[in-house]
Design a protein around this ligand. Sequence first.
Ligand SMILES: [Zn+2]
Length: 300
Amino acid sequence: MEENKDKLNLDFMPSFMTALDAASTLIDLKNIELKLPMLKTSVKVSPITTLEDLTIKSYQGSSQQYLKEVDKLIYKHTEFIDEKMKPLDFEEFLERLAPEDKQTLLYGVLRVSFPVLDKRSMKCKHCEEEIIFETKLDEMLQSDSFKEEWDKQEEVYRWRKTIEVIKDKLTIKIKYLMEADILRLYNDKGNSAIAKLLESTGKPYSQTELTAASISFLSINDGTKDIVLDTPDDIYNFYTKAPIQLQKQITNALNDVEVGEYNPVFYTNIHCPACNESEKNRFEIDDISKELLFQIYQIL
Ligand SMILES: [Zn+2]
């Protein structure tokens, strides 16, 4: 009986499915495990394998939609190993995703999906010969790619630091910006406004917006009472309209806060066949991801 049933199923299996089964054995894609420097937890990342993953329909290098599509892609291909991190819905994931962890995850997804980058060239800094080189993504992760891990007692997304900007008069609490905060910085901004900011500052938001977003709580005393602001809108409106001398004092206080070097550094050592010297070539994951995802977009 059993044998018969199996045979029946096999007969009914459409031939495209048999072909897909065979196709998956032709490519060597596997999951990898990575440790996130900010959440300090291990994750498994899986490769982009099918068209349904590729929802990035337009190449808008810095638009909010592009960022969110990349976030969705990362979310879909990340599996937390630690039970405490499950289940995390997409919004919770964004609230806990620090930029450094995002880079790490994006690197992981790209590495398991696209093992090799297109050939590149650079001029050797020693002999000025043109070097043409090919880079495998797994070579970019070096033993010193991660300098530090988040070392504060509170989890990075819950961390707050109280700063007394003016003694007994003005106190703020600052936070570490998560992906959800960054996405909020894009809200209500058209693509042309973003393009303008990109041109002048290299970032899709102004330093003022960034500073205001880093403040999660503000308390000011006018001599008789404490006035407390604890919503992003209130803080933003206060900060942007505050006297410039006060803004300066707040930025100075923020600049004094020491944070570690958490950003991962991806690089390879390029060997020059002409003079036999080697030099470091750094890769920006954001650029690599645009390059690779754009290629897919062109194919589709
Ligand atoms: Zn050389």
